[in-house]
Design a protein around this ligand. Sequence first.
Ligand code: AMP
Length: 976
Amino acid sequence: MALVWIYPSLLFFLFPSLKPGRALRNYPENEVTLLDSMSALGDLGWEAYPPEGWEEISVMDERNTPMRSYQVCNVMEANQNNWLRTRHIARDGAQRVYVEIKFTLRDCNSLPGVPGTCKETFNMYYYESNNPSLWFIKESQYVKIDTIAADESFTQTDVGDRVMKLNTEVRDIGNLSKKGFYLAFQDVGACIALVSVRVFYKRCPAAVLNLARFPDTVTGGDSALVEVHGACVDDSEEVEAPRMYCSADGGWLVPIGRCACKPGFEESKDHCQPCSPGTYKAAAADEYCSKCPPHSHAHQGRASQCTCESSFYRAHTDPPGMACTRPPSAPENPMYTLNDTSMALEWDPPRDNGGRADVTYNVRCRKCPGDGRKCSACGSGVHFLPRQLGLTTSRVLVSDLLSNTNYSFSVEAVNGASELSAGPRGQVTVNITTGQTVSVVLKERRSKDSITLAWQGPERPNGAIVEYEVIYYEKNQRDQNYTVLKTKANVMTVEGLKPGTTYVFRVRARTDGGYGSYGGEIELETSHEDMLAIGDPNQSTILVVSVAGGVVLLIFLVACFVVSGRHCGYIKAKQDPDEEKTQVQRGRVKLPGSRTYIHPHTYEDPNQAVRDFAKEIDASCIRIERVIGAGEFGEVCSGRLKLPSKREIYVAIKSLKAGYTEKQRRDFLSEASIMGQFDHPNIIRLEGVVTKCKPVMIITEYMENGSLDTFLKKNDGRFTVIQLVGILRGIASGMKYLSDMGYVHRDLAARNILVNSNLVCKVSDFGLSRVLEDDPEAAYTTRGGKIPIRWTAPEAIAYRKFTSASDVWSYGIVMWEVMSYGERPYWEMSNQDVIKAIDEGYRLPAPMDCPVVLHQLMLDCWEKGRGERPKFGQIVNTLDKLIRNPNSLKELANTSIWEDVSTPDFSVGTVDEWLDAIKMGQYKENFASAGYVTLDAVLYISLSELSKMGVTLVGHQKKILSSVQSLQAQGSQVQV
Ligand code: AMP
């Protein structure tokens, strides 16, 4: 007999706060409802068996809209077995669904005269089926989800006092594979009103991040992350393949890779927009469109390059941001010096270099017969030094010209724009005539110490003769000593010669255009006696063209030219204004401002420290939503903070439990006055405190993924090495900031690092009393203090020497925790054994698959001498280098050591025990359903079989296979 115990329609008037009105229901964006009994317009039409069990009733919500629910209350009769089965619920691709039920349950004691068989629980089941119209399912075919008990049962009096509570319970069903399923509720003699049932699954809602579009993604069947590849938004291209992970909670995690707007487009929020007219963007890697450089334009918009104005050009190698340029004007003021058949030619640079710094010069040489015939190219007989084309200095030495010949030299200036321009090139021209030899020595007169020479000038000099040059030397002594004399006349007496000695003479003329060639060598001997000898002119006029003399002279000239050029270059380099500028700037580099941490104890009034460093928040701005953890002083909740004229944000709220002492209040708030002094992306941010009303609260930013140790354990084997190094880099950067401020943390450990939804890690836990009271890892030392032994440097354990260097030791342990996905440092060794082992030089081996460079960095952090450990700044630099050069992470440390040390040594008998022992217990069902029921069977498992049975994570596969190997080594009576 059903006991009618409440007017169900009263339900919502009793609990107006529950208001389940359909129109008002707003489910989170990442939940997709598959069934919602509150939204049903007509009967729910669920199967109830037997008929006198569950009863469908109509109740009114506060809008007077009828809604359907079920109740049962057969408490007066024993042996109840009442089933209520929903319609077939299509699972819509979801592998894991959540069932949220709201119900009230009567307290048996409150029902007068009910027998002892009255129950206060009921059971929830499901049955997977591809068939949406089953009319009968055997009880034994259902899979039990859970036995549901009320958190809040109620009594009749409670109802009268309006304190009755509605219970909400959520259960999940994982690894669904058929088209859908039925839910069933089994009552075994309780008094229940099943007010509503909602079935939903979670998905990560479509999102755009780093210009990559990620689709709506249904979360995974177990708690695994689902890897999703993003597609670049329109007009963007891939820089690095974009990926994210969809977490079981329906949140996106760990964005990797990104897209960038194509050339001609720039990023605007989550899309790419064309560059506006007058601007351009040349490469995807550039961030924004830039204004067109001088002498260019982009009238149409979406330009990847601006077009040059007419008669301006962009050379192929010019960057798109460089102004358009034009060819240079002509070189100016050409000057030359002729020297025999060589010429030094110089000029001034062009007045307009066309806007470029790459001006060079080309020299063209033409030989002009001068008798009305056309000039022709000089050919390869004439040589240019340093070269004829592409000269970077405004001078050239031309040699091997023919004597007594007309030449025309033109010098043109060119730059990077010249070859793009069809116009004539700016050039200057000089015309020269090379000199002639002094051809004939007419006479000579000799005495014992003098010789007189007379000669005839050149027949057709290339200008008025300025002077003659006479060179002479003792025969065969040219290299030792020679003398040069000058005269305006064409006769000269050379005195002071040795008697009876043969001398060689040569003569050349100089005109305005330079020196002509030497005439031939004349050998004359002084007399032995003091007599005057007149030579026979016919004998002395043999002309021998002296090649050697010419070459020596030329070499000398060239050497001067080159040396002087180099010399100029050197001076210039030394005075390079750019270089000077660089040095000046280096001198001005400002060291980062070093703020110092102020210990709250330095304040006489600790409340003043809180006022100085923490903002007071009005409690009405805070909405507490759920409990997420337990702190030393009370609960830690998550919620939202909405400050006036600020965006609402998610926050964590720590509250001080009632009945605290003044000291506890001070200690509790000390965390805020410490945290409030820090401002760094890897340090947990303080939003403010509530001290003016109770409970006293500390509000910090909310870190969606909670503490790092738990997060790592949950995601064992799921991250790439680079992601792990990214985590370590973040922590090191936060610690560098703290050590720069002079703050020593003393309790750095993965459990005290928090992780947000983007996998950013932040150092937390700054309370003054935390090491003493809060940390469950802290143990009493012989000196009385309480210290987290496994994370603490030996000098800090031995004589409480806590410094940033002891924080570095702890950082090394955190590195080890991260690389081993939250393994306990030193496993189950006792604290005493750990202290002893460290003292004897033992250090933790590299975790499995840990790159050797990272293990080396850990070992550096665990140097016994604290002065030898790296500083946090160095650690950050090292990790940055590794991130920039991922190849350096490829060499893995020796894992066999790891297996020896880290694998617990005990015997197992069953597959389940074995999986538990190697911490792979989550795969028990996979092994069982694949038929691996004995350890003997496991011995022959292969990688592909593991994959087939659903062990797909590489880290997990390795762990299992390496343990199988040791099973093989020892037979099935095993040490794992
Ligand atoms: P604590 O008292 O700081 O050790 O906090 C206790 C637990 O609350 C931590 O282990 C975290 O799981 C959680 N918790 C503390 N602060 C936050 C936060 N800002 N965001 C998310 N969870 C937090």
